[in-house]
Ligand binder design. Structure first.
Ligand SMILES: [Cu+2]
Length: 397
């Protein structure tokens, strides 16, 4: 690989327009520009790019009769490449994960809901694994005037313009090995088999719209799902300073859940992210709200608070969520279809040891207290069932 220059200072530009590349989040989402660069830069010929990845080994104990104890692994490898193309810029991104190796049931996570492991029963109190192909996308942006551009993003799979940046890519959320229980109200469309997004960037503003496949991925996580464009969304984002990113978005999801194909969904989200860099570290906080309106069905709201601070080898992180769920019970249970207001609070810490110039070994622990209504306390073994996850990780940096 003669000529590959790793860790060089040659910079990519913003994928969608004229702004710092550190503002680019997952899909076409933005994060505050002050967010530190994660991953390594490379350049080869006229291409510049980035490699980012991690692998976690996790011991997961979720307590109570609905919990379980398992060990599993999470991982992600992303390669992005950018090249000038005519008057604009072309950005290609591919992201893969070995999470399907944990099996279609995913990992124990109290109060988590969404998707299926077998095509017959829903996953409840478990988080589904992510797909081997998380993103394969191409993006072209074309500048016009000062600070303005138009862009076109096409992906299979990829992320439509809906919701905040995905949890595993947010600085405030990436250190927690557990998925948020509000995932299916905020950012669950991040792996969508068929997305076309177009939009305009003007100074601190971005306005974009997507057509995409409303159906969540099925239980076959190694392969591809059929490509469809049967749903749509729109998102307005503003980054008024380097420290802030705000978005509001709305999507119509046609038949998102494989087990309830006759139910469509309106999803509305709003979020604010604040990033505060300091001399030896960075602190980022996210606040988000999501509303799912099932057609036919209920309208339910979800709220998320998330914060992480890193300085030197230390990272402290926290997450708190509250959400109304009517899919915690299914089948012949008398509680099937009833809505319950549930919450969780998580605290965690990770310590990273550099083992080479571009690789760090981390040790971490997170603990969660869940809160369920009195009516279902017996089912969960307590009104505040708990869980914890010690973990080991390898991270490119
Ligand atoms: Cu997900």
């Amino acid at each position: 690989m003669a000529g590959v220059d790793m860790g060089s200072s040659s910079m990519m530009t913003g994928a969608l327009g004229a702004y710092p590349m550190t503002q680019d989040g997952s899909g076409t989402a933005w994060r505050p520009a002050a967010t530190p660069m994660q991953g390594l830069m490379w350049s080869l010929g006229g291409w510049t790019g980035m490699v980012h990845g991690w692998a976690n080994a996790i011991y997961d104990q979720q307590n109570g009769p609905r919990g379980s104890t398992e060990a599993f692994s999470e991982s992600m490898l992303m390669i992005a490449a950018q090249h000038a193309a005519g008057p604009g810029t072309l950005t290609l991104r591919s992201m893969v994960s070995l999470e399907p190796a944990m099996g279609p049931e995913g990992y124990p996570l109290l109060l988590q809901t969404g998707e299926t492991a077998n095509g017959v029963t829903p996953l409840v109190d478990r988080q589904h694994p992510h797909n081997f192909f998380m993103e394969m996308s191409g993006l072209y942006s074309l500048p016009f005037g000062a600070g303005s551009s138009v862009f076109l993003y096409a992906a299979d799979p990829g992320e439509p313009a809906l919701g905040p940046e995905t949890f595993m890519h947010r600085f405030s959320g990436a250190d927690d090995p557990a998925a948020p229980i509000t995932h299916h109200w905020l950012d669950s469309t991040h792996i969508t088999f068929g997305v076309v997004t177009t939009g305009v960037v003007h100074g601190p503003w971005k306005v974009e719209g997507s057509v995409f496949n409303g159906r969540e991925p099925d239980q076959n996580r190694w392969g591809y799902n059929a490509l469809k464009l049967d749903s749509y969304s729109g998102r307005i984002t503003v980054n008024p300073t380097a420290n802030w990113s705000f978005q509001v978005s709305y999507g119509f999801l046609h038949s998102p859940e494989q087990l309830t194909p006759d139910v469509d969904q309106h999803r509305t989200t709003a979020s604010a992210v604040y990033d505060f860099p300091f001399s030896s570290g960075n602190w980022q906080t996210t606040l988000a709200w999501g509303r799912d309106q099932d057609l036919p069905g209920r309208t339910t709201d979800a709220y998320l608070f998330e914060s992480a601070v890193n300085f030197g080898p230390h990272t402290f992180f926290a997450r708190a969520e509250t959400v109304t769920k009517d899919d915690l019970f299914y089948g012949s249970s008398p509680l099937t279809g009833q809505a319950f207001h549930v919450s969780e609070a998580t605290l965690g810490y990770a310590y990273d040891i550099p083992i080479s110039r571009h690789l760090a070994l981390g040790l971490g622990l997170e603990g969660t207290i869940n809160v369920v209504p009195q009516r279902i306390a017996a089912v969960y073994g307590s009104q505040d069932p708990s869980g914890y996850m010690p973990f080991l990780r390898l991270k490119l940096r």
